[in-house]
Design a protein around this ligand. Structure first.
Ligand SMILES: C[S@@+](CC[C@H](N)C(=O)[O-])C[C@H]1O[C@@H](n2cnc3c(N)ncnc32)[C@H](O)[C@@H]1O
Length: 219
């Protein structure tokens, strides 16, 4: 069974409406997680910065942030793992629902694995990752993938949203090990306020943070 959700991004007299396609299935990537509209709102808020830039979304799932980046004029590649097989297909259908079918490339990229899809990518300017730090076994593979992408463009930024599910988890020591630093940006700085959260179907109990991650010392 499928369902869709619509998200509205507004700034003065400019607005954007995007829908995502969800499959009512327990798989993580078939559902638009609360982190996704928050990251998409950050992209929307910074739309002038992303226009004309190369953007990749990791663990894209229903791909809301990447689709917003594409609508804002970025050249976007959406990526997720290849299993289950309808995951990337659902991502593609979300794009088609928003008339983005021809503008966005969709690739199978698994964190910490370096197949020809990732090796053949040109340097990217922004790496989007919404709720990709949810399983601590995957934290280092995600960061290794980001490191690989940042080596191709040491000035690249990773923009990521994180939902705290346990205060015992942290990526701080891994960032340090991989020569990266993070800056937390408060959600209110990009208008992800209570009204936005309510309009974006985000439960009030969601504990979401935004981080801008970069190389500590560009190589
Ligand atoms: C919690 S969901 C978040 C989905 C989407 N970014 C969102 O916020 O709605 C985690 C996503 O990471 C993807 N994922 C999980 N393990 C992965 C791996 N090893 N490599 C690549 N993607 C992975 C899942 O398929 C899923 O799309």
């Amino acid at each position: 069974m499928t369902d869709s959700k619509t998200f509205e991004f507004v700034d003065g007299d400019e607005s954007l409406s995007i829908c995502t396609r969800e499959i009512l299935d327990p798989s993580y990537g078939m559902y638009t997680w609360p982190c996704a509209p928050v990251l998409a709102q950050f992209v929307w808020h910074n739309r002038k910065q992303v226009a004309g830039k190369r953007v990749i979304e990791l663990g894209a799932g229903t791909a809301l942030p990447g689709m917003v980046a594409s609508k804002c004029g970025a050249e976007v590649v959406l990526t997720d793992k290849s299993e289950p097989p309808d995951l990337l297909e659902n991502c593609s259908r979300s794009c088609k629902m928003n008339h983005l079918g021809d503008n966005i490339k969709i690739l199978d990229i698994t964190w910490g694995r370096f197949n020809s899809n990732i090796m053949n990518l040109p340097p990217v300017d922004f790496i989007l990752a919404s709720d990709c730090f949810y399983n601590s076994d995957d934290f280092e593979p995600v960061i290794a993938t980001v490191y690989y992408l940042m080596e191709k463009n040491p000035a690249a930024h990773m923009w990521t949203t994180y939902q705290e599910r346990s205060s015992m988890r942290s990526i701080a020591y891994l960032l340090d090990r991989w020569n990266m630093k993070s800056t937390e940006i408060p959600l209110k700085d990009f208008n992800a306020d209570d009204d936005f959260m309510a309009s974006a179907h985000i439960p009030a109990t969601s504990d979401i943070y935004f981080f801008d991650i970069q190389f500590k010392h560009p190589r």
